[in-house]
Design a protein around this ligand. Structure first.
Ligand code: GLA
Length: 347
């Protein structure tokens, strides 16, 4: 199958965007903090053609063709993301009359690898080429986030869309989510980023994510700051009632870990960087309480198999683990983990 078989015409534009894992800076982006994601070499490819008054799309992964008029509300399927980006563009004043898309994705769905951000960003970049829209990659990321928050209805931060739009495979994207200043930094030499996916479903993720956001907002309010990004002194969080003290401690310490991680990257210090990833996981598990026993076990198994560091990636409550592994150890690492977890997908 291809665009031409489905729509009877050739595509007029195409673009792709990768999934991501987050190395450090988890649950900080909705409190104006620092993040450090890296794209994975798995892409969503979107081919696009013109249409009037409607959005049509075929998903090769799902084997589904969907079409709805421009003004339709979100319905909970993959077309929402595409209607969402067209809606966000029109809202921002770009004359997009509609579109047809053919979507191929290598990014595993539901594993916390940001398949939705990859789809939004790839579709926006295809539309940018199709309708010659004057948009920077940064504006693409912001429009993708707007589509997800205001159209699809998921209250995410900006990390995933920035990684999909501005990230480069093999580099970590150091992003200040308050100013949107960003810089690509090379990953430690002689290492590989491993994604470990047990296929854990993320059923309670959305409720849990929104609850954590509210707790973080409440902690910031009680501390009298605009966001927890402004808190540099960890002692301040001790005055908060439980569990807000633990939630704030995670965010404040996580911001420090990103800054230390950036220093480690600048020095090429793989060991130091890995240690920060593992500390991040422990903080996510104990203080932020977004891990699961299965994720903790996978992190410990990765460390026992020789990883320099490992942590859950993304929102938690399921999803995948990311580990930093010395290149020289890669094959042993892979074998050990696959023997121990027969259902494991290792990317
Ligand atoms: C999800 C959200 C991101 C971020 C992470 C947690 O992936 O989409 O914006 O908040 O969770 O770090």
């Amino acid at each position: 199958m291809g665009f031409q078989e489905v729509f009877g015409a050739l595509p007029e534009a195409s673009a792709r965007a990768p999934g991501r894992v987050n190395l450090l800076g988890e649950h900080t982006d909705y409190q104006e903090g620092y993040v450090l994601p890296t794209p994975i070499p798995y892409f969503t490819q979107v081919e696009a053609g013109r249409a009037e008054g409607r959005v049509e799309a075929y998903s090769e992964t799902l084997g589904e063709l969907r079409a709805r008029p421009l003004a339709s509300p979100a319905q909970g399927d993959f077309l929402d993301y595409l209607l969402g980006v067209v809606w966000a563009l029109r809202e921002a004043g770009h004359p997009v009359p509609g579109a047809r898309f053919y979507v191929r994705s290598q990014v595993p769905l539901g594993a916390g690898l940001s398949s939705s951000a990859a789809l939004e960003v790839a579709a926006l970049k295809a539309l940018r080429a199709l309708y010659r829209l004057p948009l920077s990659d940064l504006e693409v990321a912001l429009l993708a986030q707007r589509a997800e928050v205001a159209y699809v209805g998921v209250r995410c931060g900006i990390m995933d869309q920035m990684a999909a739009s501005l990230g480069e495979v093999g580099q970590a994207l150091f992003l200040d989510t308050r100013t949107l200043e960003h810089e690509n930094l090379p990953l430690p030499p002689g290492t590989r980023v491993a994604v470990l996916d047990l296929g854990l479903s993320r059923r309670l993720a959305e409720g849990g994510y929104n609850q954590r956001r509210q707790e973080a907002e409440e902690a910031a309010r009680r501390l009298g700051v605009r966001s927890l990004r402004e808190v540099a002194d960890l002692c301040l969080v001790e005055s908060l009632p439980s569990p807000l003290d633990r939630r704030a401690r995670h965010i404040v310490s996580e911001n420090l870990r990103v800054l230390r991680g950036v220093e480690a990257l600048r020095k090429g210090d793989a060991r130091g960087f890995g240690a920060l990833m593992t500390q991040s996981h422990r903080s996510l598990a104990r203080d932020y309480e977004v891990s699961l026993p299965e994720l903790d076990a996978l992190v410990e198994a990765a460390l026992e198999a020789g990883a320099l560091g490992a942590k859950l990636t993304g929102a938690g409550f399921g999803g995948a683990v990311v580990a930093l592994v010395a290149e020289a150890l890669w094959e042993d690492f892979q074998r050990t983990l696959q023997d121990r977890f027969p259902g494991l997908r290792l990317l």
